[in-house]
Design a protein around this ligand. Structure first.
Ligand code: SF4
Ligand code: SF4
Length: 561
């Protein structure tokens, strides 16, 4: 690409000649205020907030649609520009209801921020404001307040250009212009809630999160969505150790700036749910009874010793991390000595589209296979294990984090087992058949990695804490809490659950059975994966970073242990 030299606010930069001024400035860390421009949408140029002065041009120009040119000299904050911005802000605020104290967007609102930064804070408008509809349920998950809308058209362009459906439109003219859906229609596309994120004001709000918290009361943790094999990058918003919302994080290699509504709404409530498993449980007189960790671990270690190797099967999980699955497959192969190891595929469980949504509704089926949760030589695959249980060949089953009984035909097989150990975060049909249940930490309560369908390894991080994390046994990374919150406690005051990472539970059982796995933290497990599994070779949590990295080779893993 040919590049040009441009001077912005006295600093000369080199920019791709196809860039607009706002893009070139942004690439060099120079921020030009804007409402309607969004890096992932077409340019509409209607808000006029990005007006800049270009030498030798008689009028101010909008930076979002003016391309850079050789020798161009741009001023983004001289008196003329500042005066124009004040005027633009004054116009925006004429009809705005100024209801920040009760607006969900407060604390992360561009209009609020720019008012502090670029407005004189004085209005000459004495007349009555124009009143428009408020609290409109514009779609099943989105509320609309027309008085707060600054008519930037980002939401319309998102639906047209990203979601591929023309569901929103402006009607009327001048200061009576209003956003609306077409008659009889709703904003109900599978990506509808992204308009909440990109609305620069509080006009579009998340119906699920509405009024649950002020954003400055929350901590935010970077992790990945668990709703399908895409692994969209997300930020988990937490207050008092309770997850209140998920929002997308930009990653151009995975999800651009978006996520689907299913991922946003349906992949965190199980963490807070009432049906969480609160402690290990052992079946006594036909009923699962809560017991201490030591008792449950000792019972599993002694029971498993009473079966022949060929009578035991081990099922890892596409919902567990690579660290959990890796230690589990080592335990199955080296401690239990079974070759009957696999996991249930969820590859074609749902809809798929050309935007983000994948048919595989599990987040880590690629990683589970890569780290070695595959049958050994002449070992049984998942279907053969289920068949083996029916035929009485498999008598003991150890399964991680998956509701196996919900899969067609599996429940009836589970009822035939002599001994069944399950790791689970929530109650499920599978637990009806379990002899021992361990309380597993969810993706939001542990460190780890997962591999998406495009072979990209990405991090999960604890967003809420457990007793285990509180004891700092799993290690943790400080989130942006440090920067934004004033609470003394990173996690807030909410309740702690007594759940543990699956790899750690398995390692405790292995130790009682005579094999010591020498890991103290999840990153130590990952370091071993990086040494022993070819496709992970050389990786570390540092290299995976916040946006992930591709696995080395797109071949099946070879575990050298
Ligand atoms: S609702 Fe928000 S995103 Fe849509 S036009 Fe109004 S201000 Fe812009
Ligand atoms: S596309 Fe998949 S990973 Fe992305 S938000 Fe939706 S469910 Fe989550």
């Amino acid at each position: 690409m040919p590049s040009v030299k441009v001077t912005i606010d006295g600093t000369q930069i080199e920019a791709d000649s196809k860039r607009t001024i706002i893009e070139a400035a942004r690439e060099h860390g120079i921020k030009i205020p804007h409402f309607c421009w969004h890096p992932k949408l077409s340019v509409s140029g209607n808000c006029r907030m990005c007006l800049v002065e270009i030498e030798k041009m008689p009028k101010l120009a909008i930076a979002c649609s003016t391309q850079v040119a050789e020798g161009m000299v741009v001023h983004t904050k001289n008196d003329r520009v500042v005066h124009a911005r004040n005027a633009v802000m004054e116009f925006f605020l004429i009809n705005h209801p100024l209801d920040c104290p009760i607006c969900d967007e407060a604390g992360e609102c561009k209009l609020q921020d720019y008012t502090y930064k670029y407005s004189t804070g004085y209005s000459r408008f004495d007349e009555d404001k124009v009143h428009k509809p408020k609290r409109i349920q514009i779609g099943p998950h989105v509320m609309f307040d027309a008085e707060r809308c600054i008519l930037c058209s980002r939401c319309i362009r998102f639906c047209d250009e990203i979601a591929g459906v023309h569901q929103l439109q402006f009607i009327q003219r001048g200061d009576h212009t209003e956003l609306t859906t077409f008659p009889g229609e709703k904003l109900d596309n599978p990506y509808s809630m992204n308009v909440v994120d990109i609305c620069p004001v509080g006009a579009l709000t998340n119906a699920d999160f509405r009024f649950k918290a002020r954003v400055w009361e929350m901590s935010f943790t970077d992790t990945i969505c668990q709703g399908c094999a895409r692994g969209c990058n997300i930020e988990v918003g937490v207050r008092n150790n309770e997850i209140l919302r998920l929002t997308p994080r930009r990653n151009d290699d995975v999800n651009s700036s978006w996520m689907c509504d299913h991922g946003r709404l349906d992949t965190f409530k199980f963490v807070n749910a009432e049906n969480r498993i609160k402690a290990p449980m052992i079946r006594k007189d036909g009923v699962l009874v809560e017991v201490g960790w030591d008792e449950a671990i000792a019972r599993v270690a002694s029971e498993l010793k009473s079966f022949k190797k060929s009578e035991i099967a081990a099922l890892g999980s596409p919902f567990a991390t690579n660290e959990d699955n890796y230690v589990f497959q080592r335990f199955a192969k080296e401690v239990l000595g079974t070759k009957n190891i696999d996991f249930a595929r969820h590859s074609h469980e749902g809809d798929e589209d050309a935007i983000l949504i994948r048919a595989d509704k599990s987040p880590n089926s690629t990683g589970a296979a890569e780290v070695g949760v595959v049958p050994g030589d002449n070992g049984m695959s998942f279907n053969a294990i289920i068949e083996g249980i029916r035929e009485g060949k498999i008598k003991a089953l150890y399964a991680l984090e998956d509701d196996l009984a919900a899969l067609p035909g599996v429940a009836e097989a589970l009822s035939k087992l002599e001994f069944f150990v399950v790791h689970a975060a929530n109650d499920s049909a599978t637990l009806r058949y379990a002899d021992i249940v361990f309380a597993a930490a969810t993706y939001a309560e542990k460190n780890g990695t997962m591999v998406n369908f495009e072979q990209r390894v990405q991090r999960v991080r604890p967003a809420v804490t457990t007793l285990e994390l509180d004891r700092a046994m799993d290690g943790f990374e400080m989130s942006r809490w440090d920067k934004f919150a004033s609470h003394n406690d990173k996690w807030g005051k909410g309740p702690r659950r007594d759940a543990r990472s699956s790899w750690k539970i398995v390692a405790s059982i292995a130790a009682l059975m005579g094999t010591k796995f020498k890991y103290n933290t999840a990153d130590e497990v990952f370091n071993e994966i990086a040494q022993r599994v070819e496709s992970f070779r050389g990786l570390s949590y540092l290299k995976v970073g916040t946006k992930g990295t591709p696995l080395k080779a797109k071949t099946a893993a070879s575990v050298h242990a």
